[in-house]
Design a protein around this ligand. Structure first.
Ligand SMILES: Nc1ncnc2c1ncn2[C@@H]1O[C@H](COP(=O)(O)OP(=O)(O)OP(=O)(O)O)[C@@H](O)[C@H]1O
Ligand SMILES: [Mg+2]
Length: 251
């Protein structure tokens, strides 16, 4: 499968990478794809927390140090996606073997989404090398876009395919308009996620947004991004819901 290992990158931290990774993974899974979300943010791991999963006998740590196989670190989330978590406490882990681990043929029928660390440290460079496609996430603020630019330049230099740009909290503290951001970064916008109170509410409810409130403004936008990444039609979902209701009526 082409472009199946997708890194979600930002320059600046805290712009919504983990939120997008989790909800995009679930939304892609709803298009009948096998999806694995991997926590590659080893110093500040939070994928498990976003998914309300905490106890992991084996994490990516042991896989990176070659003491365990990636299959030993796969956990199923009730949404249907699988995750490879990182340990909750920060540890100094060498990510040099990440590319090799993710090229394991057992993963080749899966979409693998990488929740990446912010910044351009070695850990991030190893994540860029491990993926074959990248999504850039930024908020519409000047410092975030400036940091995203450094990330974009690095990813382009490393010849990883760019799937496009997602603007998060697109209507919040916006200092730049869409075309300014697109031309600064040299990327096309593939999604604009609005600021949505449901994002925090879903975290408190310990449920991913797209399940907590599937038709909230941010959830709808993330599902549209999933459709776009997969070259599917977003309307399909509504069609499936109608089909399900119709089937129920017929019974
Ligand atoms: N569209 C949104 N609307 C409202 N709040 C949001 C939105 N997206 C993310 N947030 C909130 O912003 C905060 C940061 O999000 P998140 O943890 O996903 O960012 P991150 O880029 O993974 O951060 P880090 O760089 O620390 O890993 C969280 O509190 C999250 O709930
Ligand atoms: Mg994060």
């Amino acid at each position: 499968m082409e472009n199946n290992i997708i890194g979600i990158f930002s320059g600046k931290g805290g712009v919504g990478k983990t939120t997008l990774t989790v909800n995009l993974a679930i939304s892609m899974q709803r298009f009948n794809k096998n999806v694995i979300a991997v926590d590659t943010d080893l110093k500040m791991s939070s994928l498990g927390l976003h998914l309300n999963m905490y106890k992991f006998p084996v994490t990516i740590n042991e896989v990176l140090s070659s003491s365990k196989n990636i299959l030993d670190a796969l956990y199923i989330h009730p949404s249907g996606i699988r995750i490879v978590p990182a340990p909750v406490y920060a540890e100094d882990v060498d990510t040099s073997t990440l590319k090799e681990i993710l090229s394991n043929p057992v993963l080749s029928n899966n979409y693998v989404l990488l929740d990446s660390p912010p910044g351009l440290e070695k850990n991030t460079i190893d994540v860029i090398s491990a993926c074959n496609a990248a999504i850039i996430l930024t908020t519409p603020e000047i410092p975030a876009v400036a940091d995203a630019l450094k990330m974009v330049e690095k990813i382009k230099k490393m010849n990883v395919k760019m799937l496009g740009l997602v603007i998060n909290m697109s209507d919040h503290d916006s200092q730049l308009d869409d075309s300014e951001i697109e031309s600064t970064l040299g990327l096309n916008i593939i999604g604009k996620i609005p600021f949505d109170k449901n994002v925090k509410k879903s975290l408190s409810a310990k449920q991913p947004l797209v399940d907590y409130n599937p038709y909230s403004p941010a959830a709808i936008e993330i599902k549209k991004i999933a459709a776009r990444v997969l070259n599917e039609d977003y309307k399909t979902e509504r069609f499936l819901i109608l089909k399900r209701i119709f089937k129920g009526i017929k019974k």
